[in-house]
Design a protein around this ligand. Sequence first.
Ligand SMILES: [Zn+2]
Ligand SMILES: [Zn+2]
Length: 416
Amino acid sequence: LDIKFLGGANEVGRSGFLLRGKKSILLDYGVKVEGNTEYPLQAGRIDLCILSHAHLDHSGYVPSIYRSSFPPTLGTIPTLKLAELLIEDSFKLNRDRHEKPPFFRREIKSFTERYLPRDYGNEIQLDDYTVTLHDAGHIAGSAIAKIENKKGRRIAYTGDFKLSEQLLQKGAEKVEADVLIIESTYATSEHPPRQQLIKGFIEDVKEVLDSGGIALVPVFAVGRAQELLAILCDNGLIDRTYLDGMAKAATEIASAYPEFIHNNDLLQRAMKGASWIEFPNQRRSALRGGTIILTTSGMLNGGPVVNYITKLNKNSKIFLTGYQVEGTNGRRLLENKPLLIDNRKISIKTPVSFNDFSAHAGKEDLHRYIKASKAHTVICVHGSMDNTTALAQSLREEGLEAYAPNVGDVLKLDFD
Ligand SMILES: [Zn+2]
Ligand SMILES: [Zn+2]
């Protein structure tokens, strides 16, 4: 058995890992969305695709495999529904920009028709392999995949995961494996303790509300929007909260599968308590002040957030809630540079704060997870080169076999 790295190796984005043995199994097939869209290398003929979760850097290129073949794609049901939402959206965006689409509508249809939804813990059999999905604690439906052969040898692929609990996610299940393919996004840094982060965030938001300002909270549609909605509800601020943009559709989908949501009743209360913006004229009441506006896109590169950002009163504040990729408006905002909106440069005077509500494991949790997996071989992917190499290096010092491969590399695995 060997594994070819089609993308997402020494980089974040366009994840795609191809296991080639008796059967070919593709682990994720995503796109790099920020800046110029980038695609993974071609996968060739495959027998099964396993989708870890809905985010486009994992799912965005899966329909392209249905150009010439029709293998099943295995994942949870929320992953399918949320991926459909994001893929449709990126498909439309492509068309609006007059870019050549990477696949056609009929291929999206084949993907959804050939999808094999499975709950955590349910096995599927593929020739000599048994595949199971386990909770990854990252977003609704996110999964860690375990592939076991007849001799009981196991490969696990984490996708994106978070070990510690969030309000709406229980945290990743520890899966034992011989070979572990693990994300490395935050292999060299720690996230602030969640309780402390929430406390500071809520205090800041309250201060803005008390002074009649607007708390503008840009969020990623899938995952972050629901978590922030739950945090605001849990802290008694939901009646001040407006929800706008694709965050609404994503929240509706996520909440339709309560078995994949921790504290689902909190999410239900949050959805009932918040004001949903259905028509553009409702935005005026959201902008009257003393309000919280939760909206997409999370990096301010489009969506309703760009309409709001130029209309905030002087007591307002912008609360970024996740990592801002180089070249995005969010990053420009953090660096005090003018934003690019409809090809115009616009300077924003509103103060900005950065709140690290990451849904990824930090350094210590990555090590904890690897230890619990009892893996002897660890492959570090989904991270900048600094992060993957640092993680692989520290694991080698502990006596493990560890790799930080590049895109295009092939690694032979002792698996049969
Ligand atoms: Zn993700
Ligand atoms: Zn990812």
